[in-house]
Structures are given as C-alpha cells and as structure tokens.
Design a binder for this molecule. Structure first.
Ligand code: FEO
Ligand code: CA
Ligand code: CA
Length: 657
C-alpha cells in the first residue's frame, strides 16, 4: 500500500464514519461519536491482560495471571473399563492392532474442533466436541512412508486402520466437573461417543428425495457423521454440528458420470473423482461411490444431537441445505423465530441463513424439538454500497429454482444447495467459516479465512467457473491473511436486507499498511493492506491471520481463533478485541498454541471465567515416527489433539481482565 496523504486519510475517515452511521441504522449524528466512546463494560469485563508474544514454541502460552489446563486428550477413556491411550506406543504401531478401534470408540476422539457447553444442574458442565478428521500420517507408522501409490495397499494390509479412523471421528459428549481444575467424569451418565457408524435420521425436505430413499421408497438408513467442524448449542439445549469436508471421505466419484441425477448432485459437492483422502473405500464399500453412489449425499448437512438423550439418534436437518457446513449459529429473533447463520468453507462459496417457520417456546422444550425442519433458507448477496439482501432458496413453479431450471422440488434445492445459490446470484466469498453474534449489539460477524485464488480472471472451482475479481466484501487479491465481515440486519434475524462492512482485514499491522479507514470502494487492495475496525495504533495490535472460529463474551468482546500461516511464522492462537468503543478492532493475542496446530472451539463457560479451546492437529507437518510436535505429553509421546480450559488464577477475576 502506498502511504495515503493526510487529505486522503481525512476523506477516507469521513466516508468510514458515514459507513458506521449506515451500519448503525438511523443513528443520529451524535451517535457517530460511538466510535470514540469508552469500551463497553468499562470497569467490568475490560480487556486488561498483557498480550502473549508471538511464539513458535511447542507449548500453550497464556498471559501472566492465567493458567491453561488440558481437560481431555485424544485417547482419554470416557468410560470405566476402557483403556486410555498410551501415546508413547503410537510410533511403534500400537494403533495398527486389531483391538485399537474398539478402544478408540470409548475414548475421546481425534482432532477436536468446534464445541458446545451445557450447564448441568449439579454445577458441572456437559461439553459436546466435534472430531473433524483423522490424520493417518500421525496415527499409523507406514502410512506416510507408503506414499500416494502405496496407500491402497497399506489400507488393505492393515484393514483395521479404517475402523480405527471411523471410531476416531464424529462427536464426543463428556461430563466435566470442577475440582482444582475442570476434569472429565469418567462414565458420566451423559458421556457418549458418536462415530462414523452411529445412527442418524434424515429430516426435512431431502428425506423424501428419490436419491435418498430406498428402492421401495423407504427412508435410507444413515450411519454416522463426518467432517464435523464448528458447533454450538441451540437455545433449546441441543447440539448443532456442521459436516464440512465430506468429499475427503469418499472415492471413485468419477464412476457416476453416466447417471445424470447423481452427476448433477455431485457436481458442486461430491466424492473425490478417484482415491479419497483416507482410502476407506478400499475396505469399506460404503465409501466407494461406484458401489454406494448415494452414500455421499447423506453427508454435508447440519446435524442436531440431543446431548441429554444419549440413546436417541442424531438428526440431519436437510432444510438447512447441503454444502461444506462450517457450523451453525442460532439466534432467537424478536418474534420468537430462530435465525441460524451458516458459512460454506470453500473458496468462492457463500454465506447462508435459515429462519424457522415456528417459534421457540422456552417453556415447552418438546415443541422446539423439530423447529429446524420447517422454514426458509436464504443466501447472502453483498452489494458494493454496503447493503445486502438475503435471497430465498425456495422452490417455485417458475423462476431460477423451478423445474425449467432443473429443480423439481425443495428437496432438489437443498440437496443441490450450492447450485441453487449460484442461480439466485449469491456473492462468492473467501472461505466463509464460523459466525458469532454480539450479545450487546446483535451484529453478526463471519470469518473469511483465506482465498489464495482471489485475483484477476476466472477459474473453475467447486464444479463451476467463477469470476475471481475482488469486490467490496472481499477486497484483497490474493487474500492470504483472511478477514472478518460485520453485518447489521435491518431489524433482526428475520430481515430480508442488511448492511455490512469489513470489520478486520487480518495480517501484520504495520504503518503505513494499517488503514485507519476502509471505504467500500477500496477494492482491489494489496494483499498486505490491513484494517482493524478503525483502530489506528499499529504498535498496540497483535498480528494475526486466517480467522476461523469466533465467539463472544458477555461484554461484547469478539474472540477469534486462527487456522493458517501466521505473520512471522508464529504458531496459531486465540485473539480477542472489542467490537465497540475506542478500542474497537484492537486485536490482542490471548493464547499461543503448540506447533503445527490450529486452534478451534472458542466457547466461554456460563461463569464467564473459563475459555474452552480445542487444540487441533498438533504436529501434523510430521509423521508417526517423527511428529512435528510432542504436545501435550512431551518426551517421545505422540502429539495429542486436546480440549483445554484457560482461566484467571485469581478467582475474583473474569476472563480477559
Ligand atoms: Fe473445518 Fe472450516 O474449518
Ligand atoms: Ca473451522
Ligand atoms: Ca479450520
């Protein structure tokens, strides 16, 4: 970025202030001073910790006056009678043993990701945790060494590794209790593992789709959930989880090209054309599209699980569309309906919301049980003037989602949701991931993690050709460091229109690269242009990149965890910034993770003191015999993805103080 002269800066700032007025909707000129008002919750909940320095050390670092406890490690037994993993034996092949899968099915799963917290009446917590994917190169000696060509032979020789991976993914629900620190209640009544084999029901429009019914019209049996990425609790006490990179699990997608219905359903989200990432198809025909062509269509949904009914099957809520679901963030609207915000995490994909038809009834929980089966699905169009529209993805006898356009029913629309969104004119974004809604302002924040293909021209991606040019909502080309969008609904979550602006353009904030003001007309911007909500003191901001999961504390501070290459080669971490007041956009590093890990989760306990984070895939640049991390056990132990809890050591202090 060239350094803007003072006159340009003044003009930019004025434009920015008028943008803020627009975003705040009907605010008076006086209210513009909101930009300069003191931080919300001054004197209470103020962010006063000493930021953690960037680090490449193989450990979890937190600010002075805080402690980080490992709560659950991959392989910890959740039930009495189940052995816990001995991580020192992974490199010698312990997980190749035929009895390893059975043990894993009773242990905390691999690669913990999004999580949800539920208060228990006795003061404990029930935590739901996603286990997004296996990392076979770290689990099984020989996998990495076999190379691409040798993986099929490796899997055929060690058939139980597929069952092991199937038991290591899915979800965990675990009761926690507070003693000196948060610990797992082994054999807690609500402890539960959901794996790639657990029963699910398909609900909503796609449950009646011809591709998802048996030859006699009976509902298809659905086994398992896969690619579970971000997550969260609903207002009625269930757990939502997004099925994201489901294409990694299925192979032989090219085999269905001769079937027009299947080929079209696969076009924007299907199995890999040849070998899958994890090679399950070589020993389990369910994951071979040639043998089981419908199976992949049962994945790519939002799943809902009742953590308080450990024997009830989960439900796949197909009304919310099929795509690479990062997660689902529900909010209750003024009239009692529920809006659910959802990102589709792939370059040039879209931002969605679902608004329920029915109303949330806090007094009668049973009435909320199937709220997510009826409602309207929308996809966002971001206009260059800072306004936007929610475009309904609703089947109609005429128009873009009609039989003439190849959509025979709403079942077709939700099954081929990405294609439907293409047709109504949604705005392609830079990997829209997690969403968080401010409890103070109601504004909606969505991470756009990265898009290295943002630039000039057109490319073929995700089964269609798309223009890659930057636009106001994705202004940098290429977008290496990612950004966060801020959305104000015109009203509440039921609105059909909204206003928006870029909240943060992540990266290393350096003068003059730090923009004090970001006009909507800014695109295209250089890749290293940064913007921190208008905060202009570069030296007081922590460099960060690739925002992924987001969370809010009760004071309206936005918590951000990262997944990607950090400025200066630092490890991924957790960051936090106010979204209002004088320090709006002042991002500070609160935690630094171990090597080769991404940080996920990002949920705050009801007491407002404890931050729960997932440390995912530590050491994944290496292989089982030479991992890139030894965290958390150290010595010669395998790295273990783990759930951690961070809190102030002084019991009188709140998180962030
Ligand atoms: Fe699974 Fe989009 O991170
Ligand atoms: Ca994620
Ligand atoms: Ca991620």
């Amino acid at each position: 970025m060239a350094s803007p002269n003072p006159e340009t800066l003044r003009v930019l700032l004025e434009r920015r202030l008028s943008r803020r007025r627009l975003l705040q909707g009907g605010a008076s000129l006086l209210a513009l001073a909101a930009v300069d008002r003191p931080a919300l919750g001054a004197g209470r909940g103020r962010l006063a910790f000493e930021p953690v320095a960037p680090s490449d050390r193989d450990e979890v670092l937190v600010p002075p006056g805080y402690r980080a406890d490992v709560v659950l490690r991959w392989g910890d037994a959740l039930f009495t009678g189940v052995p816990s993993l001995d991580a020192t034996r992974v490199a010698s092949g312990a997980l190749l043993a035929p009895d390893a899968p059975a043990a894993q099915a009773g242990q905390f799963g691999y690669n913990c990701d999004g999580l949800g917290l539920f208060a228990l009446p006795d003061g404990g917590l029930l935590v739901g945790v996603n286990h997004e994917f296996p990392t076979p190169a770290l689990l099984f000696p020989g996998w990495a060494e076999a190379g691409r060509e040798g993986r099929a032979a490796f899997v055929r020789e060690h058939r139980s590794v597929v069952r092991y991976m199937q038991a290591a993914v899915g979800l965990s629900f675990v009761e926690l209790e507070r003693t000196e620190r948060w610990t797992c209640r082994v054999s807690g009544r609500l402890n539960r593992r959901v794996t790639a084999a657990s029963p699910f029901e398909l609900r909503g429009p796609a449950a009646s789709h011809p591709l998802l019914r048996g030859s006699g019209g009976e509902p298809e049996v659905v086994a398992g959930t896969l690619g579970n990425c971000a997550a969260g609790p609903t207002p009625w006490g269930t757990y939502l989880s997004g099925e994201e990179n489901i294409d990694d699990y299925f192979g032989n997608g090219a085999a269905v090209r001769s079937d027009p219905d299947l080929a079209r359903a696969y076009l924007r989200l299907g199995p890999r054309p040849r070998e899958s990432r994890y090679r399950w198809e070589f020993v389990d025909a369910r994951f071979d599209a040639a043998a089981s062509p419908r199976e992949a269509l049962k994945f790519g949904w939002i799943v809902e699980v009742d953590p308080f009914a450990p024997n009830a099957p989960g439900k796949k809520r197909t009304a919310l569309g099929r795509f690479k679901h990062e997660g689902a963030t529900p909010v209750v609207t003024r009239d009692g309906r529920v809006a659910v915000y959802m990102g589709d995490d792939e370059p040039f994909e879209y931002f969605y919301k679902f608004v329920t038809e029915g109303r949330f009834d806090p007094a009668r929980p049973e009435r909320n049980r199937d709220l997510l089966d009826e409602g309207t699905l929308y996809v966002a169009r971001f206009d260059e003037d800072g306004t936007g529209e929610w475009l309904p993805l609703a089947w109609a006898p005429t128009g873009p989602l009609s039989p003439a356009a190849g959509f025979r029913s709403q079942a077709d629309v939700v099954l081929r949701c990405r294609e439907a969104a293409d047709r109504v004119g949604a705005t392609p974004l830079d990997r829209p991931e997690d969403v968080a809604v401010s409890p103070i302002t109601g504004r909606v924040y969505v991470s756009c993690t990265q898009n290295l293909s943002r630039g000039a021209g057109r490319i073929e991606v995700g089964g269609r050709v798309v223009a890659t040019a930057p636009h106001a909502a994705c202004p940098r080309a290429p977008n290496e460091a990612g950004h966060i969008l801020e959305i104000a609904e015109d009203g509440d979550g039921t609105a059909r229109t909204f206003r928006w602006e870029v909240f943060v353009l992540a990266g290393a904030p350096r003068e003059p690269g730090l923009l004090a003001a970001l006009p909507l007309t800014a695109a295209p911007l250089e890749p290293d242009a940064t913007y921190f909500g208008g905060y202009a003191q570069a030296a007081r901001v922590s460099a960060f990149a690739n925002p992924d999961n987001l969370g809010f504390d009760a004071d309206g501070n936005l918590w951000i965890v990262t997944d990607g290459a950090q400025p200066g080669g630092a490890n991924n971490g957790c960051f936090v910034c106010p979204t209002e007041g004088r320090e709006r956009g002042r991002v500070r590093r609160f935690m630094s993770g171990p090597r080769d890990a991404e940080i996920a989760g990002c949920e705050i306990a009801p007491d407002g003191r404890t931050l729960f984070l997932s440390v995912q895939h530590p050491g994944d640049s290496g292989r089982a015999v030479a991992p890139g991390s030894r965290w958390p056990d150290g010595g010669d132990a395998a790295p273990r993805p783990s759930l951690i809890a961070i809190e102030p050591t002084d019991p009188r202090r709140r998180l962030g103080e």
